[in-house]
Design a protein around this ligand. Sequence first.
Ligand SMILES: Nc1ncnc2c1ncn2[C@@H]1O[C@H](COP(=O)(O)OP(=O)(O)O)[C@@H](O)[C@H]1O
Ligand SMILES: N[C@@H](CCC(=O)OP(=O)(O)O)C(=O)O
Length: 368
Amino acid sequence: MTGARRIVVKVGSSSLTTAEGGLDADRVDALVDVLAAGRDGGERDIVLVSSGAIAAGLAPLGLRRRPRDLARQQAAASVGQGLLVARYTASFARHGVRVGQVLLTADDTSRRAHHRNAARTLDKLLAMGAVPVVNENDTVATDEIRFGDNDRLAALVAHLVHADLLVLLSDVDGLYDGDPSRPGTSRLDEVRGPEDLAGVEIGSAGRAGVGTGGMVTKVEAARIAAEAGIPVVLTSASQAADALKGRDTGTLFHATGSRSADRLLWLQHASAPQGSLTLDDGAVRAVVERRKSLLPAGIAGVEGEFQAGDPVELKDAEGHAVARGLVNFDAREIPLLIGRSTRELARELGPAYEREVVHRDDLVLLRR
Ligand SMILES: Nc1ncnc2c1ncn2[C@@H]1O[C@H](COP(=O)(O)OP(=O)(O)O)[C@@H](O)[C@H]1O
Ligand SMILES: N[C@@H](CCC(=O)OP(=O)(O)O)C(=O)O
């Protein structure tokens, strides 16, 4: 861990706010001191994924707790994000370090052009010595295109920037075998694979009204990163310095896999399919066994209201999902294509209809 040259650090709302709600400037400063030192005079790249926009916007808008409805959450995020980044800017300036705000939606990690742009901007910021401060673009993200939690966003960003370590900071110093507020629970030092999680009680709710997702999204994020070849340390914000120095702290999730094709990680782990296509047996074999693109001839049915570029599920005749992919047609166009050859479609409807329904580069197989 000491050798990590590029680290993504994610900090949760619960570590940045006061008990009364609102941003805690002292805690932000304390975190920034650790991150600035962790940059090692610029020898190491640090990307910060920071939650806290909604929490920081509550008090200024006279809200006492996190609202349930999306519109008010987005309003709070809009006010809070500005305050949050202003605080980071001032705090990093004490160390002579610039920050760059990067707001992402789920689309930005999957669509080819967006993905490339996001990766390029993050790389450029780092090359110019700035610390990217990333958050979900809460004010525009609607439910369908939302990550909803920054833990998974952090795992995807770690993958996007080719980080060699992901540090998840929370208000708890690691993963416990049960709710840590209950007596008798103990911390796991290491997770080598899913088998180490058997019997661990992972709670979905954090501190009321502040964080989202609790431990569930952190463990899920750790799994995504570990499977993509990136080790993860989960610990408390107050132990961030130890984590960056490579000292034993919190829970270490060992890398379990190797790096996979860039964009598709999101598709596999974080996308909400907007509909589904049912494939005939031949198409299932072509897609699953021969890793081919899905052509119109192999489609037997369509469900849902999706548009070209959306993620969809590919199902076999029994209704089991076998793959996910980014579809090249709107749902309403699919019935025209069902069961027909691309050549016939091109002749009848024009060359635009010669394309695959889902290109193999935009497909991930689901484990069965
Ligand atoms: N098995 C567990 N181990 C550790 N913490 C857990 C566990 N189950 C539930 N939790 C809760 O998850 C909380 C962290 O989640 P959350 O509040 O969403 O944090 P953040 O705002 O840092 O993202 C902890 O404070 C703890 O109460
Ligand atoms: N994007 C949201 C954070 C969502 C989130 O995952 O929060 P947390 O569980 O505190 O990391 C915000 O800035 O308020």
